[in-house]
Design a protein around this ligand. Structure first.
Ligand code: BG6
Ligand code: MG
Length: 214
C-alpha cells in the first residue's frame, strides 16, 4: 500500500525551469556564447555545479574550479532575483490541490529537490506547510539519479521506500526513484519518462484513485 508521496519541486510543483534557463542563458551570453532550448532540457534535475559544467562544455570554455564557483554564484544571484518576485499563482495547475488531497487522505507528503532555493520558492507559493518533510539541495550530497534525496524523504516521514510514490519531471529523478525501490509518476512526455509507472502531463491529471491503482 502507498503511504507517502514524494514530490520534486522544479517542473512538478512550480515552473521555475524558465527562470533557470534565463539566468543560465544570461551567464552564457556574458561569456560570449549561447545555447538552445533543446540543450536546456539536459539541465533539468541537474545540480547547479553540474549544469554550469555542461554549459561551459557547450561553449567550449574552460574555467578553473574557483572561477566556476564564482560563475555559479553569479547565476544564482540572478535566479534568486527572479524567483523573489514569484507569485502564488505560479504554482503549476492542480499541484497544490493534489498535495492537499494526499494529505486529506492521510498520506505523508515530502519534497525531494536538488535545489538549494527550495525553501524560498515554497514560501513564495505558500506551500511550506503542505509537506511533512523537506529534503533539498542543502541536505543531500549525492545528486539524482542517486536515490539519496528520496530515501531521506521516506525516512523523514517514517515510511518504507516501497510504500512511496515519487513525482518527477526529469529522467534522472525517475531513475532515482527506481534505484530507491519506489514507484514513480512522470510529469511530462512518455517519450522521455517511459521508465515511470505512469506518465501524466501535469498534477492536474492526478487523482487519488490513479495513485492507489499504481
Ligand atoms: C533542480 C533543477 O530542481 O535544481 C535544476 O531542475 C537546478 O535546473 C537544480 O539546477 C539546482 O537548483 P539551485 O536552485 O540549487 O541552483
Ligand atoms: Mg524537476
Amino acid at each position: 500500500t502507498i503511504k507517502a508521496c514524494l514530490f520534486d519541486l522544479d517542473g512538478v510543483i512550480v515552473d521555475t525551469a524558465v527562470y533557470h534557463y534565463k539566468a543560465w542563458k544570461q551567464l552564457a551570453n556574458s561569456l560570449g556564447f549561447d545555447f538552445t532550448e533543446h540543450q536546456n532540457e539536459q539541465l533539468k534535475g541537474v545540480s547547479r555545479v553540474r549544469s554550469l559544467q555542461l554549459i561551459l562544455g557547450w561553449g567550449g570554455v574552460t574555467k578553473t574550479e574557483a572561477e566556476q564557483e564564482q560563475l555559479a554564484t553569479l547565476k544564482n544571484t540572478w535566479y534568486v532575483e527572479m524567483i523573489s518576485r514569484m507569485k502564488p499563482d505560479e504554482v503549476l495547475p492542480g499541484a497544490k490541490q493534489f498535495v492537499e488531497d494526499c494529505r486529506n487522505a492521510g498520506l505523508k507528503t515530502a519534497l525531494g529537490s536538488a535545489s538549494k532555493n527550495s525553501m524560498m520558492i515554497l514560501e513564495k507559493i505558500n506551500m511550506v506547510n503542505l509537506f511533512d518533510a523537506i529534503i533539498d539541495g542543502n541536505k543531500v550530497s549525492k545528486a539524482k539519479p542517486d536515490p539519496e534525496v528520496f530515501l531521506k524523504g521516506a525516512e523523514a516521514v517514517g515510511v518504507q521506500p516501497n510504500e512511496c510514490v515519487v513525482f518527477e519531471d526529469a529522467i534522472a529523478g525517475i531513475e532515482a526513484a527506481i534505484a530507491g525501490g519506489m514507484k514513480s509518476v512522470g510529469i511530462g512526455s512518455a517519450d522521455v519518462l517511459g521508465k515511470a509507472n505512469l506518465v501524466v502531463s501535469g498534477l492536474s491529471e492526478m487523482t487519488l484513485e490513479r495513485l492507489m491503482g499504481l
